[in-house]
Design a protein around this ligand. Structure first.
Ligand code: LM2
Ligand code: CA
Length: 609
């Protein structure tokens, strides 16, 4: 029996008790399939230092339905806990100081982590983990324990919970690190950058098989929990050959059976063997230069120059780039745009989603004061991070804004048109371009509305704007764009954008939607006390769990009727069940299948079997 099937059996063992004899095998194979239906999208939401419980919820209610392909999560291993520090109590940077590879941290327990991965997969979202493997907690620490209770000996380089001992680390003058104080201070010397200490953090001797073996065991443990890829912290500081051997030891992913996705953190500016392009043989590299270029053009008001990425002079090819507007380091060192930049920042994010360069990583962390860049995320006194609350200004929640979710749908729609065409600058700060004949995007970073005529490449018709138009079952509530003879005259409001695509039209009066309101009308004869539910392999159908499901109403008995929102363009499997207290009766036969289209409403009829 293959591994997935075994997992599936384990998962439903509680449920088989309630299933009528003979049905078990049918349900089994469907559960195994369910895990593989992930969103076809290259967009990642980097929910930095959100706890596992909050990420679970974000996947289920926001990222999955919006069509995100992946979520990036902060380092999950046990880290040092610092009740006091130069950055205050429990600074955010604790998580970059591993004490052990137990998945037990200020962000949650191993069980919560596993449940989060499961929930994200069920919602169609992959999970990428920030992997801190260049170093462990620094030898300068005076606090010596971690969030799971493991202790370490900073000065003695002892981390018994891994275990690592002093010979597993680089030390000043050991033949690898030739710097007298063991710290990196000559940033163009590859040996020093890769074999000495980064910010006083104990630098692992990744050239030894013993150290690499422990790192591989940690990463494969995560892959075993369902993790789909890694953002590799401080990858610049790990010799490329050592990391290649680590990558070669990784398992394939459980959900898709492929090599895990890799995005390496290589700060730009390095030359020779430290240049970002020298790392791409081991995976993608974070687009620091791309982020810098966005900041420059949005700050200078020179968007007209953004047509044609070769002119940007970037150090990485599109295919090797994990593109970003900002990350947790650059929002603090102010090298890139950041949430504090308001409209400019928002527009740069729309642009990143619209323009075909790299795989976009959108970022949401927590808000902070520039007076203390070490500030902890919202947390309790012991450092345990609070649940994210997007109604509270303590958190950044751009990935959940209607306009950004609309842009994710736009990008997913146009992804097969791999280049930007007809890049038109109608002013220095007003641009438009199309992606094949699938979508058109216009952006106005100036202070007044702009009206101009653009070639759109789109079939004639009326389209619903993804930025202002909520493509829900309620139809197109935003602005519309009419295309005639392939051209459209569009007014882009000041500091805003307009995005239209073939999956959001108003041509027939019925708006195409990203979320479809599906009505189930089932003819079911019931006994007094019985109620009818729909269960299925999507989280909105309670993932086959008989504890819930879509409750149907008997107001038109014997037609039981109910409505549920499902993502457009997906295939789900479902069945009707009768429940009477704890007694659950399933329909007989194979699961029913439903292909959810992109019309805003859809009705399904059927009779109990
Ligand atoms: C990264 N990329 O390569 C992360 O993106 C970055 O946020 C991490 O630094 C860095 N690598 C190491 O993983 C942060 C933070 C540092 C902080 C470290 C470790 O920017 O300031 O260093 O995490 O927590 C802190 C102290 C530093 C001290 C060190 C060791 O600020 O003064 O060095 O801990 O105790 C003696
Ligand atoms: Ca190193």
């Amino acid at each position: 029996m293959n591994r997935k099937l075994r997992v599936a059996i384990a998962r439903i063992s509680g449920m088989t008790l309630m299933v009528a004899g003979g049905l078990t095998a049918v349900v089994l194979s469907q559960r195994a399939d369910a895990a593989e239906r992930l969103n076809d999208s290259d967009v990642t939401a980097n929910l930095w230092e959100w706890n596992w419980k909050s990420i679970s919820q974000a996947c289920t209610t926001q990222l999955g339905p919006a069509g995100y392909g992946a979520v990036q999560v902060a380092p999950p291993q046990e880290s040092v806990t610092l009740p006091t520090s130069v950055g205050g109590a429990h600074p955010w940077w604790e998580v970059y100081q591993p004490v052990s590879y137990r998945i037990e941290s200020r962000l949650g327990t191993r069980d919560q982590f596993a449940a989060m991965v499961q929930a994200c997969h069920t919602a169609g979202v992959r999970v990428y983990v920030d992997a801190v493997i260049n170093h462990t907690a620094g030898s300068n620490n005076t606090y010596t324990s971690g969030y799971a209770g493991s202790t370490f000996d900073p000065k003695g380089f002892g981390y018994p919970a891994v275990p690592y001992t002093t010979t597993d680390f680089h030390h000043a003058g050991d033949g690898s690190c030739n710097d007298e104080d063991g710290q990196i201070d000559t940033w163009d010397d590859p040996a020093e950058v890769q074999n000495c200490e980064l910010s006083g953090l104990s630098d692992l001797k990744t050239e030894t098989a013993a150290v690499r073996g422990k790192i591989v065991t940690y990463l494969n443990d995560l892959i075993g929990l369902g993790v789909d890829g890694f953002r590799v912290d401080a990858a610049k500081h790990i010799p490329q050959d050592d990391f290649a051997r680590i990558v070669a030891g990784l398992d394939t992913t459980t959900a898709e059976g492929v090599a895990p996705y890799i995005a390496q953190e290589v700060a730009n500016g390095g030359t020779g063997s430290l240049a970002p392009g020298q790392y791409t043989r081991n995976g993608d590299v974070l687009g620091f230069s791309y982020a810098d270029a966005l900041k420059n053009h949005f700050t200078d008001g020179t968007l007209a120059e953004l047509g044609g990425i070769p002119n940007w002079g970037l150090d990485l090819a599109s295919a090797d780039t994990a593109a970003m507007v900002v990350n947790h380091d650059t929002e603090r060192d102010r090298n890139t745009l950041r949430y504090q930049d308001g409209t400019k920042y928002t527009l740069a994010n729309y642009f990143m989603l619209a323009y075909p360069h790299g795989r976009p990583f959108l970022y949401d962390g927590f808000t902070f004061s520039d007076d203390n860049t070490g500030q902890s995320p919202p947390a309790d006194d012991n450092g345990y991070v609070s649940d994210t609350d997007c109604t509270n200004s303590a958190w950044q929640c751009l990935t959940q804004s209607a306009a950004v979710k609309g842009m994710v749908a736009w990008r997913n729609t146009v992804q097969s048109a791999t280049s930007a065409a007809d890049f038109t600058a109608t002013a220095g700060n007003v641009i438009g371009f199309r992606r094949g004949s699938l979508g058109w995007f216009g952006l106005n970073a100036s202070a007044k509305a702009s009206t101009a005529t653009y070639p759109t490449g789109l079939p004639d018709g009326t389209y619903c704007d993804r930025i202002t138009g909520v493509t829900s079952a309620d139809g197109c509530t935003g602005s519309t764009v009419t295309v005639a003879g392939g051209k459209a005259t569009v007014t882009i409001p000041a500091g805003s954008a307009v995005a239209v695509d073939v999956n959001a039209t108003t041509t027939t009066g019925a708006t195409n939607c990203t979320t479809v309101a599906v009505t189930f009308d089932a003819n079911v004869t019931t006994e007094w006390g019985e109620n009818v539910f729909v269960l299925g392999d999507h989280s909105a159908l309670n993932s086959w769990d008989t504890g819930g499901g879509v409750a149907l109403s008997a107001s038109a008995y014997p037609i039981w009727s109910g409505r549920v929102d499902l993502p457009a363009n997906t295939r789900v499997e479902y069945k009707y069940v009768k429940k009477d207290g704890d007694t659950v009766t399933w329909e007989t036969g194979a699961n029913r299948t439903l292909t959810v289209g992109s019309a805003c409403t859809q009705t399904v009829t059927g009779s109990w079997r």
